[in-house]
Design a binder for this molecule. Structure first.
Ligand code: PGA
Length: 233
């Protein structure tokens, strides 16, 4: 049976440690029976309170490009995350790209994160305007340029079309299939997750796709009943 990677991106939620602990502890008790690997990516400040366990791993939503930190006000280094027991880091999320993060900065972050031994989940995806202009593949190729040119290995991709995030309008499985084939054509060893409006009703259609290795889930991941259904695959 295929083992999936199910990644919870809590984004800037919840607003209290108490709520965060409630969600985390609920999931921790549920994951014991799943065959899948579940990764929880809470806001940085809650990471300190959580521990990895069987099938349940910690991830961060971002990190700085300076491996060992230094004079970077307000930033968190990959080494700090690693030393805290964090196993994964999401990089290049479209909500960060929208704040001005370039492919070049993201690439520097990938290099540093991999150097300290974090598993990188690189988010890529086109906007609605780009999709309408039939530029999806062009954009994906551009976002992967550094990865291809430098032959970066062991990267986990998360295809997250920007128009599908938080919209209740996920990429249709048939359309997703074309993107997955395109990405596997670039490198057949890419592990690929899909993200964008996944919930407990639609997730199975996505996990059925041969090329998919898992899901990156936003809003449904902080709803304990929704997420409970999804983690069993
Ligand atoms: P969503 O977010 O599941 O709420 O659409 C996904 C993401 O941004 O990673």
């Amino acid at each position: 049976m295929k083992k999936y990677l199910i990644v919870a991106n809590w984004k800037c939620n919840p607003q209290t440690l108490k709520e965060a602990e409630k969600i985390f502890n609920f999931i921790k008790n549920k994951v014991k029976k799943t065959k899948n690997e579940i990764v929880i990516c809470p806001p940085f400040i809650y990471l300190l309170k959580f521990k990895n366990s069987k099938n349940l791993k910690l991830g961060a939503q971002n990190c700085h490009f300076s491996k060992n930190g230094g004079a970077f006000t307000g930033e968190i280094s990959p080494l700090m995350l690693k030393n805290l027991g964090v196993k994964y880091v999401i990089l290049g999320h479209s909500e960060r790209r929208a704040l001005g993060e370039s492919d070049e900065i993201i690439f520097k972050k990938i290099i540093s994160a991999q150097k300290v031994g974090l598993n990188v989940i690189l988010c890529i995806g086109e906007t609605l305007k780009e999709k309408k202009a039939n530029k999806t593949f062009k954009i994906l190729k551009k976002q992967l340029n550094f990865i291809i040119k430098n032959d970066i290995k062991n990267i986990i991709l998360a295809y997250e079309p920007v128009w599908a995030i938080g919209t209740n309008n996920p990429c249709k499985p048939d359309d997703l299939k074309n993107v997955l084939i395109f990405l596997k054509g670039i490198n057949k060893n890419f592990k690929i997750l899909y993200g964008g409006s996944i919930d407990s009703k639609n997730f199975r259609e996505y996990l059925k796709l041969k090329e998919i290795n898992g899901l990156l889930i936003g809003s449904a991941s902080i709803n304990i009943e929704e997420f409970r259904k999804i983690i069993y695959g």
